[in-house]
Design a protein around this ligand. Sequence first.
Ligand SMILES: Cc1ncc(COP(=O)(O)O)c(C=O)c1O
Length: 331
Amino acid sequence: MSSAAQRREPAAHLGSLAAPGVDSAEWIWRSGRLQPWGEATIHVNAVGHASVAAVFEGIKAYLAEDGENLLLFRLEDHLDRLYASARICRVEIPWTRDELTAAIVELMTANKASDDTYIRPWAFPEGVIREQMVPAGVRCEVAIDSWPFQSGFKREGCRAGVSSWLRISDAITPPRVKAFSNYHNGRLALMEARENGHDWPILLNDQHKVSEGPGACIAMVRDGVVVTPALSSGVLESVTRSTALTLLAEEGYEVEERTVDRTELYLADELFFLGTAWEVLPITTVDGLQVGKGVAGPVTEHLYELYFSLVRGRSGRHLSWLTPVPVKAHG
Ligand SMILES: Cc1ncc(COP(=O)(O)O)c(C=O)c1O
């Protein structure tokens, strides 16, 4: 079959980060104030440079069981990673953690967020840049966007394929940094995966060991042990990955962070992606080979239950990971 014949759209449940029908929020937070969403523009000259040196985060707030609060999940850890990305890229964020936390709450309130909400803060160089490379120490703007997303276990899962594109590496363009420019690599792999009839790619690193997907980490279950590539395998230091390892260890599962061979993916009993956006997403085929029974396996299901009772505040555990934003105040 030609690749054009194999090309297909991914299943509807694997599409956008936004809930169906979402256009834009009313407000965006930009450098200290709320601005009408449609007016949050930059000069066309800045477009390329602004993204070359831009770092960002993807954060979710889940509606609590009682419907009274939105719970920002592991906000502090996401902000830590934003500052870590900025430090590595020598981008100076002129706002403190407390100021960014207040800004996120202010934005959610202004946008009357009353259901599951995705929050994207990003820092980008300010003004028109005429240098060939964006120099270190350039003042940065910070903007924060937010929009509703639709959560839920994608039990039917996705089909993954190992990419011929290798993951960027620490010595070239560090994947530990959450920078927009890193997503060029993921996009190339994604386009190839779609050409080949898969939903998502899995990238190998420069040592040809398993790294991650274009927007999520990966884990497998083999002989009852949960295994995920080590943080030195060329992956983002994922908040969801660390959450999953903690929750599973607390439940008594054996968990391992180590180098993973490609062929181990073919022998896995369960495989799943882990990320803020994809949450816990089962992988049902890898390179056309069925994983387990071809549906979400028992550990994946269990993790999903643990994860969602945590993020919605149902489990009453790890409460320090949840920052409540009252819905009633603006709902
Ligand atoms: C490349 C990449 N890996 C992993 C992840 C998962 O990270 P987190 O769980 O912190 O969202 C993401 C999510 O944005 C990502 O873009």
